[in-house]
Design a protein around this ligand. Structure first.
Ligand SMILES: NC(=O)c1ccc[n+]([C@@H]2O[C@H](COP(=O)([O-])OP(=O)(O)OC[C@H]3O[C@@H](n4cnc5c(N)ncnc54)[C@H](OP(=O)(O)O)[C@@H]3O)[C@@H](O)[C@H]2O)c1
Length: 328
């Protein structure tokens, strides 16, 4: 018997229930993991709320670090007792223990604590995708990063800055602005929670000498969409990689032409790491970047796993800076 967080109907944080469940032996190609630290990601909120429907009942969570407890038939490249982490589905990370496909596991470096791994891997791989595959590095030095003090935002800001980008970080409070600046943002814009984003594009143009930015990294979605497009230089790219404020409107290509031959991309980490070899290579690059100080894990706080509802409420209320980690 082990415990996990489960929901049987979509809804607010209160639908998350602490339940006891049997865990079968790992099947072919799987291992049984004893979790040690579980990463909380905004996608867990989309699953719980029904924004991204999942089969019910569901155990949320795409990210955890843990120890291999048992090997299923056919698993030869992992050992019992080995420290590993993962960042994708099927959902089920909000659990004390689970079975998971062996080829989706990443061995953890000796110097990286489990809590740091759970704060770093999903968000670091997202930043890796955005820096390596999405950012048009040569186009314009200026970029705009929304939610720059969030879990992904702090890592992305620091990585872009280290790669030579001039980052404008958009956040909702002066404290968050200071954090983004510490990670390398050369300018910050503060739009408080209750305020509209109307003035953002004008501020971006003032900072960039009238031109606008080459790339906007927008994880906020509905509320920031117009401001993001208006902040772009000609031929600029809106990298829309999340929707924490709600879904985006439909995009009319003719409108993008009129606004300055703009591009819109919707990158997903799950395409970035679909192939197991690419997953391990990208994870190795994230771990190396962490070891060299190019990026770092930011843990806003840890909570016991059974307090997952509080973790979701905190994340949705925009109170967090960096990552939340659940401890089984
Ligand atoms: N495409 C992908 O593959 C991929 C992978 C990972 C994450 N993501 C996306 O990246 C985003 C960041 O994820 P995360 O886990 O690191 O979360 P997070 O950024 O730590 O939390 C969300 C932040 O978004 C900002 N925000 C603005 N309007 C909001 C609203 N109406 N409701 C909630 N938050 C709002 C808040 O920052 P301020 O208070 O500073 O505004 C808040 O702290 C999410 O949208 C997630 O879906 C996408």
């Amino acid at each position: 018997m082990s415990h996990r967080i489960q929901f049987t109907t979509p809804g607010g944080p209160e639908v998350l229930q602490w339940v006891e469940a049997d865990l079968p032996d790992p099947g072919p190609g799987e291992v049984r993991l004893r979790h040690t630290a579980i990463g909380v990601n905004y996608i867990d909120v989309y699953h719980r709320s029904g924004a991204y429907p999942v089969p019910l009942p569901a155990v949320p969570g795409f990210e955890a670090a843990g120890v291999v407890e048992a090997l299923g038939p056919g698993v030869t490249d992992l050992e019992v007792g080995q420290r590993v982490a993962y960042v994708d589905g099927p959902t089920g990370a909000y659990s004390e223990a689970r079975n998971h496909p062996a080829d989706r596991l990443v061995p953890l470096p000796a110097g990286l604590p489990d809590e740091a791994a759970a704060a770093l891997l999903f968000k670091g791989l997202t930043a890796h995708m955005l820096v390596r595959r999405v950012w048009r590095a040569g186009a314009e030095p200026w970029v705009l990063v929304h939610a720059a003090a969030g879990g992904v935002g702090l890592i992305l800001t620091r990585w872009l800055a280290r790669e030579g980008a001039k980052v404008i970080g958009l956040v909702s409070s002066p404290g968050k602005a200071r954090m983004a600046e510490t990670e390398g943002a050369v300018a910050t814009l503060v739009v408080p929670r209750s305020a509209a984003y109307d003035g953002v594009a004008a501020e971006v143009r003032r900072i960039t000498g009238g031109r606008g930015v080459g790339t906007v990294f927008d994880s906020v979605g509905r509320d920031t969409f117009e401001a993001s497009l208006d902040s772009l230089a000609p031929f600029g790219l809106l990298a829309s990689f999340g929707r924490s404020s709600g879904p985006l409107p439909l995009v009319d290509p003719a409108d993008l032409a009129k606004r300055g031959s703009l591009g819109v991309q919707r990158p997903s980490i799950f395409h970035h790491i679909a192939d197991p070899a690419t997953l391990r290579a990208a994870a190795a690059e994230v771990f190396a970047a962490q070891a060299q100080g190019i990026i770092r894990a930011h843990i806003h706080g840890t909570l016991p796993l059974r307090e997952a509802p509080q973790a979701h409420a905190l994340l949705e209320s925009r109170a967090t800076r960096g990552a939340l980690v659940l401890l089984p």
